[in-house]
Design a protein around this ligand. Structure first.
Ligand code: A3P
Length: 317
C-alpha cells in the first residue's frame, strides 16, 4: 500500500486539502462562499456531521420536531421530498453556482446542515447563539457506509480503490471531509466546553433509544414536547415516520433523485438517486466487510487518535 501511485490520492471527483481537511474539490468554492457570506441568526439550527453518519435520518427528525404543529403525519413535506431538500447543506445546496442567496426571508428557525469541520465554520456561527447538533457514528460503520455509497455514486470505486486501499486512505485521513478524528474531536471538544451550543449525538444511541434521544434533541433546540404531546404519542409518531423502513418505501425515496453539486461544465446537474441514502441502517454491519488485518489497522488508528479524549464508540448493537 505504501507504494500506491500518487495519482490515486485523488478520486475523479477529487478531494483537496483545505484548512486541514479534505474538501471535495467540486464543493471548495461553495465552502469558501459559505465561510465568507453566511450570517447566522440566534435561532438557526445547524446539523453537522461527517458523511454517512445518518444525516438524512436526523434531518427528517429535526424537520419533523420543529414543524410538528404546522404539518400532520399525512401532509408533511417529508412524504414528497427527500430530507436534504428540507434541511439543505450549506456547501452543496445553499451556496452554489457562485451565487449568494438571500436567506433573510427564510422562516425562523432556519434549518441548515454541513459537513464542514468545526474549525472551519464561519465566525458568525460560532459567535451567535445558534445551536449545532453534531451527529457522530462509529468509524467502522461510517467507513463501510461511505464505501457502499461510493459504489452507488461511482464516486469512490471508480477511482480504482479496493476496499483495503479505501480503509488505508480513511486511516490516513484522506477521505471526504476527513480526517475522521479531527472532524469528530473538533465538535466533541466544543460540545464539552460549550454544551449549550453543541449537542453531540451518536447514531448508535439514536438506534438504541430513539424516543429518549428525540426528547433530548427537542429540548436542546428549544422545541420541547409538552406533557400533552407526550401523552398523545407525538414522539413515537415522529420516530415511526422517520424510520428507515417508512422513509425508504416512499415513492420519492425509491425513485427520486437529488442534486448536491453545482451544474457541471455542460450545464447539467449531477444527480444522486435518493435510494442511495437508505441502505441497511444497522449498527455493526462492518463485521461483514473487515478482514483481521484491516481491523487491526483501523483499531490502531482509533486507539492512537482518540486515546486522550473521553469519547468512546459503540461498535455493535
Ligand atoms: P448504512 O450505509 O450503514 O446503511 P447519511 O445520511 O449521513 O448519508 O448516512 C447514511 C447512513 O444512514 C446509511 O447507513 C443509511 O442506511 C442510514 N440511514 C438513513 N436513514 C436512516 C433511518 N431512517 N434510520 C436509520 N439509519 C438510516
Amino acid at each position: 500500500l505504501a507504494s500506491l501511485p500518487k495519482a490515486k490520492s485523488f478520486s475523479p471527483s477529487g478531494i483537496t486539502l483545505y484548512q486541514d481537511f479534505w474538501c471535495p474539490t467540486r464543493l471548495l468554492q461553495n465552502v469558501i462562499s459559505f465561510q465568507n457570506h453566511f450570517h447566522a441568526h440566534d435561532h438557526d439550527i445547524i446539523l453537522a456531521s461527517k458523511p454517512k453518519s445518518g444525516t438524512t435520518w436526523l434531518k427528517a427528525i429535526i424537520f419533523s420536531i420543529v414543524n410538528r404543529t404546522q404539518f400532520t403525519l399525512t401532509n408533511t413535506p417529508l412524504l414528497t421530498k427527500v430530507s436534504h431538500e428540507l434541511v439543505p447543506f450549506f456547501e452543496a445546496e445553499v451556496y452554489r453556482n457562485n451565487a449568494i442567496p438571500d436567506l433573510t426571508t427564510m422562516s425562523s428557525p432556519r434549518l441548515f446542515s454541513t459537513h464542514v469541520p468545526y474549525a472551519s465554520l464561519p465566525k458568525s456561527i460560532k459567535e451567535s447563539k445558534c445551536r449545532i447538533i453534531y451527529l457522530c457514528r462509529n468509524p467502522f460503520d461510517t467507513l463501510v457506509s461511505l464505501w457502499q455509497f461510493g459504489s452507488h455514486l461511482c464516486d469512490i470505486r471508480s477511482s480504482g480503490w479496493t476496499f483495503e486501499e479505501f480503509v488505508e486512505r480513511f486511516c490516513e485521513g484522506k477521505e471526504v471531509f476527513g480526517p475522521f478524528w479531527s472532524h469528530v474531536l473538533g465538535y466533541w471538544k466544543e460540545s464539552i466546553e460549550n454544551p449549550n451550543k453543541v449537542l453531540f449525538l451518536k447514531y448508535e444511541d439514536l438506534k438504541e433509544d430513539i424516543i429518549h434521544q428525540m426528547k433530548r434533541l427537542a429540548e436542546f433546540i428549544g422545541f420541547p414536547f409538552s406533557p400533552d404531546e407526550l401523552k398523545q404519542g407525538v414522539v413515537e409518531d415522529i420516530s415511526k415516520l422517520c424510520s428507515l423502513n417508512v422513509l425508504k418505501d416512499l415513492e420519492v425515496n425509491k425513485n427520486g433523485k437529488h442534486s448536491f453539486s453545482d451544474v457541471n461544465k455542460n450545464g447539467k446537474h449531477n444527480f444522486v438517486p435518493n435510494k442511495s441514502f437508505y441502505r441497511k441502517g444497522e449498527v455493526g454491519d462492518w463485521v461483514n466487510h473487515f478482514s483481521p488485518s484491516m481491523l487491526e489497522r483501523l483499531n490502531k488508528m482509533i486507539e492512537g487518535k482518540f486515546k486522550d479524549s473521553s469519547l468512546n464508540f459503540k461498535y455493535l448493537a
